[in-house]
Design a binder for this molecule. Sequence first.
Ligand code: ADP
Ligand code: ASP
Ligand code: MG
Length: 438
Amino acid sequence: EGSSFEIMTAACSSAGRLELKQQRPAQNNRLIMARIVQKFGGTSVADLDRIRAVAQRVKAEVDAGNQVAVVVSAMSGTTNQLVEWATDIGPVHDAREYDVIVATGEQVTVGLLAIALQNIGVDARSWLGWQIALQTDDIHSSARIKGIDVAQIEDRLMQGQVAIVAGFQGISPEGRVTTLGRGGSDTSAVALAAALNADRCDIYTDVDGVYTTDPRIMPKARKLDQITFEEMLEMASAGAKVLQTRSVAMAMRHKVHLQVLSSFSDEPGTLVIDEDDVMEEQKISGIAYSRDEAKVTLVSLPDQPGIAATVFGTLAEYHINVDMIVQSASADKQNTDITFSLGALDLDKAVDCLEAIKNKLGYQALVADPDMAKVSVIGTAMRSQPGIARTMFSVLAEKGINLHVISTSEIKISVLIDSDYTELAVRSLHDVFGLETA
Ligand code: ADP
Ligand code: ASP
Ligand code: MG
């Protein structure tokens, strides 16, 4: 998971956190309190009034004596529109030009926020990905961050200027614009916080923290005061898009002090913390779901070494991410079935590339199902309490929900079901594990 991420600045070992704070000189004769990265998502910058409100939140941190770098997303809905244009223009899809188009939403919001701040007397300037430079690999539309050169921004922060950085975008080794995958501004913010050795990375969104499940489909969901990096990583990868998965992995690795909070209220948010700092007993922390899943079954493949390697190697060559995999035990030692799940958007591409190697693989039939959902139960309780899987499967059975694929990790159990049952499954599981009142 992006382990090659380097921080190109002199004093930023995680041990240097406190040291650096003490070394920071007073600026304009004021004591510098902390260095903070604030990130505002799409709904937080949805229109000019919201951007003015964001400017006030930034100003409050500046007035409190903090150094502030801000990462912003595009106005909500903008990136969807850009993606639509980029994919509808014609059949040829050049991923480099796709990135040039979809990265523009963030260029608008950094400029607007800079002006809004200047208008209320705060010195601010915008930075695009290539200007920093935020360097990535060349996997367009889901690029990984390789390094950030924060020297210039650090200089400006020292002078009391607010840096407003475009989320979601970077620059490839060839100097082309890249984007980090949907929801990628979270990762931009965490990477910047790590590189700047920030004291805090505050992710402002449209809910006031991380909940036991998506509060939009379960109004009884409960806000968590804190969640461990491990649990948050599992929640995010299981579909809780409140934080992009890569941002959590990066925060965990670089010990970034991460919190999720609302730009619409002043409620306390959710702190994402190290497991070592948790006093509580092991518990079930949440239910996550992801609707846009698809399933592929290759029926009656020869039961030979190398078949799975060919199937998944080919998919990987086409940058198709596979999630859950099951291979049935072959009763006759001759043939076996392989079923796997993947993002629904990749289904057509996956079917094409597996049909192209049908003769090489020698399967009898390929069955594709585009309408799947994954529902997951996450919590450290799974390490110590047997019977959680039984409770989960029983309640789903009572509701008549068929399980197509099951997968588990140390602290997560996921099932693939028909997407029509998503909400019923999430609500039933939330109830049976007592998450409302836990
Ligand atoms: P932003 O535009 O600020 O990045 P996102 O839409 O990407 O915001 O993420 C926030 C959304 O995540 C919320 O509106 C909520 O519907 C959804 N969400 C999913 N699971 C959870 C959860 N467990 N806790 C909080 N929000 C969640
Ligand atoms: N604007 C981008 C998106 O909608 C990045 C982000 O919001 O995090 O995916
Ligand atoms: Mg987001």
